[in-house]
Design a protein around this ligand. Structure first.
Ligand code: AHR
Length: 516
């Protein structure tokens, strides 16, 4: 482990007119050059029919003894409301390409039981279907992102699903929706044509997918005020071919292209790494791998720029997050993993990247909301715990619909282990919808705090106030036995007599503050 060495205490003038502190990371926010609005949907969630992500995790059914509203757990829904979930993607994932929407409407006791072939081969009761999903997003006050089935479905099936959900006519399908309990059309914010078409969605080439997409999109008819944004399913990892081909072929028929990238500590799918009890080499490899999101977005956005320089199309990172080896003793098909301080740092690093690309990245969905991969909440029967990732989302709420502001970091050393290195400080700033200036800081170094000197040209800074998330151990996490082992604490710092404000960011910490 490399200890960071900085120069002796010294001050000199910055070009911007501020003072450069040689012993600190110098952070400048340019409030005169507002960037794009950070769409609230960047903080979207993903809920797939996978393991206990839906059944047991959020859905218990209306007859359950677990307190619920229309079958959805009150405790879990309440906690999710507190992080102002803006959007939920459903029903998959790989599951979406084997999901037939008619199985999930009408009386629940008459719905067919299917096999969830992707995730553990368990029974899929279809108890949660279209109407139940819209109950959930209504309870959360969120928008709906519905993923259509291209893999085993058809243009007709997707066309009819969109008609069922959005038609305000007297058509047989619209009347069936009414008979099933929903008079008014549902509001579908986004509808995707397939998922991971390069893999579980059908092992297609981007060209072949483009042709199928064009056919399907032609038949997705919805009244203007209910028309969802239609999403083309794009690439993953280093593969930019999908963004290149789809932005060229589908430019006039899509609102955006999806992209998936998961953070795996070892970088190897066969042995991914443990969620807890890891060493410092896997702390840094996880952060280093997650920071690759920046170049992935840059490359995909550059590919899209060739065909869409006006940035009409969104790049929607509709699956991202950590993916570890499953917890011992759990069903390998359920993707259940613990969630530590490291996950909160991963989330915050990604948020800072998304903010910097707010002009193109207008929606993302972390995988996944409850009990699956990098979850907000873990449940065990009636019990529920909030994860460090949950708290990262809670702390970043002021960034939803905020206007991004350019941040520059100088004198920002690398934190390194062996030959892996990452910048010590990651930051982003934005003007919130309440008019306040918000700043997020992440210290990637688990061994020592970092001083960050704030410089806002044209503005004197009196104080910063907000919250910090940190802990003694890199793998600090909440358990059902100790549910509050890690949670945010109040954080503040005030300017010195010289009018300069330096924030001491603890080791391995996430901070979100309002700047006064
Ligand atoms: O999030 C779990 C799975 O990861 C999704 O179903 C799939 O789209 C991706 O490969």
């Amino acid at each position: 482990m490399n200890q960071i060495k900085r120069g002796v205490l010294a001050m000199c003038m910055l070009a911007s007119g501020g003072v450069f502190a040689a012993d600190a990371v110098n952070l400048t926010i340019d409030t005169t050059k507002p960037g794009a609005v950070i769409n609230k949907d960047v903080y979207g969630q993903f809920a797939e029919h996978l393991g206990t992500g839906i059944y047991e995790g959020i859905w218990v059914g209306p007859k359950s003894k677990t307190p619920n509203t229309k079958g959805w757990r009150n405790d879990v829904v309440g906690a999710l409301k507190d992080i102002k979930v803006p959007l939920v993607r459903w029903p998959g994932g790989c599951f979406a390409d084997e999901y037939h929407w008619r199985d999930g409407v009408g009386p629940r006791e008459k719905r067919p039981v299917k096999v969830n072939t992707n995730w553990g081969g368990v029974d899929e009761s279809n108890a949660v279907g279209t109407h139940e999903f819209f109950d959930l997003v209504d309870l959360l006050g969120a928008d709906a992102y519905v993923n259509g089935n291209l893999g085993t479905g058809s243009a007709q099936e997707m066309s009819e699903w969109v008609e069922y959900m959005t038609s305000d006519s007297k058509s047989t399908l619209a009347n069936l929706r009414r008979k099933n309990g929903h008079d008014k059309p549902f509001k579908v914010a986004y509808f995707a044509v397939g998922n991971e078409a390069w893999g579980c969605g059908g092992n297609m080439s981007p060209q072949y997918y483009s042709d199928l997409y064009k056919q399907v999109e032609t038949f997705l008819r919805a009244p203007k005020q209910y028309r969802p944004k239609i999403i083309a399913s794009g690439g993953n990892d280093n593969d930019v071919a999908w963004s290149e081909v789809l932005s060229k072929e589908l430019k006039r028929q899509t609102d955006g292209i999806s992209f998936h990238y998961y953070t795996i500590p070892t970088g190897k799918w066969e042995v991914k790494g443990a969620s807890t009890s890891f060493q410092e080499n896997e702390w840094i490899s996880t952060l280093s791998n997650t920071l690759r999101m920046e170049s992935h977005i840059q490359k995909n956005s550059a590919a899209m720029d060739k065909n869409d320089p006006e940035k009409k199309l969104g790049l929607f990172v509709d699956e991202w997050g950590t993916w570890y080896d499953v917890e011992k003793g759990t069903n390998p098909g359920f993707l259940f993993q613990q969630n530590t301080l490291r996950d909160a740092v991963v989330a915050a690093l990604n948020f800072n990247i998304f903010h910097a690309h707010a002009d193109r990245v207008r929606m993302t969905n972390i995988a996944q909301m409850v009990n699956v991969l990098q979850a907000m909440i873990l449940t065990d029967k009636d019990k529920m715990i909030l994860t460090p990732t949950y708290y990262a989302y809670q702390m970043y709420v002021p960034f939803q619909n905020a206007t991004s502001l350019p941040v520059t970091l100088q004198n920002n050393p690398d934190y390194s282990v062996g030959n892996v290195k990452v910048p010590e400080i990651s930051a982003s700033a934005a003007r919130g919808t309440d008019g306040k200036l918000y700043l997020a800081l992440v210290n990637t170094n688990p061994n020592q705090p970092a001083d960050v000197a704030l410089n806002i040209p044209g503005q004197s800074v009196k104080a910063v106030k907000g919250r910090v998330l940190t802990a003694a151990a890199m793998d600090a996490h909440n358990t059902f036995a100790v549910p509050q082992a890690i949670k945010p604490a109040a954080f503040s710092a005030a300017a010195g007599a010289d009018g300069k404000l330096t924030v001491k960011v603890p080791a391995k910490a996430v901070i979100v503050v309002a700047v006064e």
